[in-house]
Design a protein around this ligand. Structure first.
Ligand code: SF4
Length: 350
C-alpha cells in the first residue's frame, strides 16, 4: 500500500490537487493558443480520454485574450503557461483561467509580481512554480548538484509568493535526466507543504518518452510523492493522458479505465493472440469503467490469469474458455472471441 506524502490541498477550478485527492492527470495543448477552434477541439479530445486539467502556452496578448473564449467552450480547468511578461498573467486571469504556471522570479520588478499575486489571490487562482533543469539561475552555488540547484531555485520562487501572503502554490521540478528528477523531488518533498506536479520534461517521442516517463514518475509515486502528473511526449497529447492513467493503474493509485492483461504468447499459443489483443485494446479504449480484462494465449496457463480478471478468456485452438469474476461462464468459438468478450465487458457492472 502506497503511503502518500501529505500535502496542502489546493483547488484548480473544480479539481482538488493535493491532500487526499486522487492524483490528477493533466496535459498541455499543442495547438497555437490563438487558434481557438483548434485548441478547443484538442481539449475536447483530451477531456474525452480523461484529462482533468489542461494547460496552454500564452506567448502573447492575443493568446491571453483567446483564453476567455477557450475557457467558455471547455469543461476542465484551464491553466495559463506564462513566462516573464506579467501583463499576460493579468490578462489570462481576466480571461477566466483556473490556474497559472509562472515563476515569479522571472518577473523582473517586485511591483509586477505583487500585481499578479494580488489578482490571483482575489480570484483564488493557484500558481504553479515550474523549475526546469535547463533554465536554472546562474547565481546558485556551483558546487551543488543539478537536483539541489533545482530545489534552491524553487524555494526562491516560493518565497516570493509566501512573502506576499500567497499559498495557493503547486511546484514542479522537471529534468530530462531521470535520477536528477527523482533526487530533486525527494529533496523538496520534505521541505515544503505544497502539492507536487511530477513529470519528466521533454521525455521524447512516444516509445522512448513513455519508457523514460514511467522510469521517472513511477518511483516517485511509489514513494508517495506526486499529486498531479503530466507525461510529456512529442506526439498527440491523448497519448500523454492514456500513459498517465496506465502508470496510475499499474500502481493501484487510480482505477479510471480498463486494465488489459495479456500474455506475451509462446510455443503453446495456437491462435493469433497478438491480433486478438490488438482488437480488444482498440475496443477497450472506448470503455470508461475500471475493469480488469485478461486475454490469454492457451488453455494450460491462461485460465489462471483469466480467472483473476473481472472478465477473461483463455484462447485455445478453435475454442476459448470465458471467465467472469473467476467463474467459467462459457466456451466460445475462435471467430467470436473478441465480440463475446466485449459483450461481457460492456455488460459488466462490478
Ligand atoms: S498463457 Fe499460455 S500461451 Fe500465454 S505465455 Fe503463458 S503458457 Fe504461453
Amino acid at each position: 500500500m502506497i503511503q502518500r506524502r501529505i500535502s496542502k490541498a489546493i483547488r484548480i477550478g473544480d479539481v482538488i490537487v493535493g491532500g487526499n485527492a486522487p492524483i490528477a492527470v493533466q496535459s498541455m495543448t499543442k495547438t497555437d493558443t490563438r487558434d481557438v477552434a483548434s485548441t478547443v477541439r484538442q481539449i475536447k479530445e483530451l477531456e474525452d480520454c480523461g484529462c482533468e486539467i489542461i494547460r496552454s502556452a500564452v506567448p502573447d496578448m492575443e493568446a491571453a485574450l483567446a483564453l476567455a473564449e477557450i475557457r467558455k467552450q471547455i469543461k476542465i480547468p484551464l491553466v495559463a503557461d506564462i513566462h516573464f511578461d506579467y501583463r499576460l498573467a493579468l490578462q489570462a486571469i481576466e480571461s477566466g483561467i483556473d490556474g497559472l504556471r509562472l515563476n515569479p522570479g522571472n518577473i523582473s520588478e517586485p511591483d509586477k509580481v505583487a500585481a499578479v499575486v494580488k489578482a490571483a489571490k482575489e480570484r483564488g487562482i493557484p500558481i504553479r512554480i515550474g523549475v526546469n533543469a535547463g533554465s536554472l539561475p546562474h547565481d546558485i552555488d556551483p558546487k551543488l548538484s543539478t537536483a539541489q540547484k533545482m530545489v534552491v531555485a524553487a524555494i526562491r520562487h516560493i518565497k516570493l509568493l509566501e512573502d506576499r501572503d500567497f499559498d495557493l502554490i503547486k511546484v514542479s521540478l522537471k529534468a530530462f535526466d531521470v535520477p536528477t528528477t527523482i533526487e530533486a523531488y525527494k529533496d523538496i518533498a520534505g521541505k515544503i507543504p505544497y502539492p507536487l506536479h511530477i513529470g519528466i520534461t521533454e521525455s521524447g517521442p512516444a516509445k522512448s518518452g513513455i519508457i523514460r516517463s514511467v522510469a521517472g514518475i513511477s518511483p516517485l509515486l511509489y514513494m508517495g510523492i506526486g499529486d498531479t502528473i503530466r507525461v510529456s511526449l512529442s506526439t498527440n497529447p491523448v497519448e500523454e493522458v492514456v500513459t498517465a492513467y496506465e502508470i496510475l493503474k499499474s500502481l493501484n493509485l487510480r482505477q479510471y479505465s480498463p486494465a488489459l492483461v495479456s500474455c506475451p504468447t509462446c510455443g503453446r499459443t495456437e491462435v493469433n493472440l497478438i491480433e486478438i489483443v490488438k482488437q480488444v485494446e482498440e475496443r477497450l479504449a472506448k470503455v470508461n469503467k475500471p475493469i480488469k480484462v485478461a486475454v490469454m494465449g492457451c488453455v494450460v496457463n491462461g485460465p489462471g490469469e483469466a480467472k483473476d480478471a473481472d472478465i477473461g478468456i483463455a484462447c485455445g485452438k478453435g475454442k476459448g474458455i470465458l471467465f467472469k469474476k473467476g467463474e467459467k461462464i462459457g466456451v466460445v468459438d475462435e471467430k467470436d472471441f473478441v465480440d463475446v468478450l466485449m459483450r461481457e465487458v460492456e455488460g459488466f457492472e462490478g
